[in-house]
Design a protein around this ligand. Structure first.
Ligand code: CU
Length: 284
């Protein structure tokens, strides 16, 4: 293995030395660097996986090319070459190495994932995020105010216009728990720069725990095909300083958005047939 390992390590090192920062982060979305307390770990997992898999690829491609050249049919050769079978060392190698690789990838992925899935005992900020065809509602649980989004508007070219997007505000550097729910069908909560997606499943609450560590505006999308305007199920996430966050919460309160949006807006209520009043109220 020595004559294979040395060139691989050397060429990987040379390759990385000539890489732009963007390439060194495996072309992950711009702005994801240090976006939450988890994004650097996810980036590390992604980049390491690429390096390991590229090394496997280079060795495999190298052996294929070498074998096709070294054992090509020479002039004057006829018939089949010598047929070989049952090479125990090679077969053991072909079995053990992939198993180790797969177990390794699984373990490191599970480790990163469990950091996000692990709920904080007492998160400083809790927001209930409700997906709906094709927008988002946000319940700011700590402050008992809410925001109800409508689907983004499009311009003449059919592009979503930024200033009509629903906006989710989060204060920076606070341990945050998002409670992910849906009013209708399965959606998926995805803030692109946070490098993590999480399904929103009817009748279930899923959780995402993290600390936003960078202020800015981030791109949010639904990542689960949920119907005709799935591609328009967008939102913005603004991570801001605490005083700006407080001002936003105050503006919601001033607008009369006190309390929480509840399940009464769910279109597929179990009792909708026997509950004409609330169904009628929704239609009115
Ligand atoms: Cu959706």
């Amino acid at each position: 293995m020595k004559w294979v390992a040395a060139p691989v390590v050397l060429s990987t090192a040379l390759l990385l030395a000539g890489c732009t920062p963007e390439q060194q982060r495996g072309f992950l979305p711009e702005g994801s660097e240090g976006a939450t307390n988890h994004t650097d770990g996810i980036t590390g997992l992604w980049v390491t996986s690429w390096i390991v898999l590229l090394a496997v690829g280079v060795i495999t491609w190298g052996l294929i090319i070498w074998a096709t050249i070294a054992y090509r049919r020479r002039k004057g050769q006829t018939g089949l070459p010598v047929q070989m079978r049952y090479n125990m060392p090679i077969e053991t190698f072909f079995t053990v190495v992939p198993v180790i690789l797969v177990l390794g990838f699984f373990a490191f992925t599970a480790q990163e994932q469990s950091k996000i899935e692990q709920r904080y005992e007492a998160p400083e900020n809790v927001v209930e995020v409700i997906g709906k065809r094709w927008a988002w509602d946000f319940n700011y649980v700590n402050d008992d105010v809410y925001f109800q989004g409508v689907q983004v508007q499009t311009d003449d070219e059919g592009e979503a216009t930024d200033d009509t997007m629903p906006v989710l505000y989060l204060p920076v550097d606070k341990t945050t728990e998002l409670r992910l729910e849906t009013r209708d069908v399965i959606h998926s909560f995805w803030v692109v720069e946070y490098l993590y997606k999480k399904d929103m499943i009817p009748g279930q609450t899923n959780y995402m725990s993290f600390t936003p560590t960078k202020t800015g505006t981030f791109m949010g999308k639904c990542a689960e095909l949920c119907g005709e305007y799935h591609s328009m199920m967008l939102f913005q996430m603004k991570v801001v300083e605490q005083d700006e966050y407080d001002a936003y919460i105050e503006s919601l309160r001033d607008a009369g958005n006190t309390g929480q949006v509840t399940k009464e807006f769910n279109p597929n209520q179990e009792h909708i047939a026997g509950d004409n009043d609330s169904a009628k109220a929704q239609n009115d």
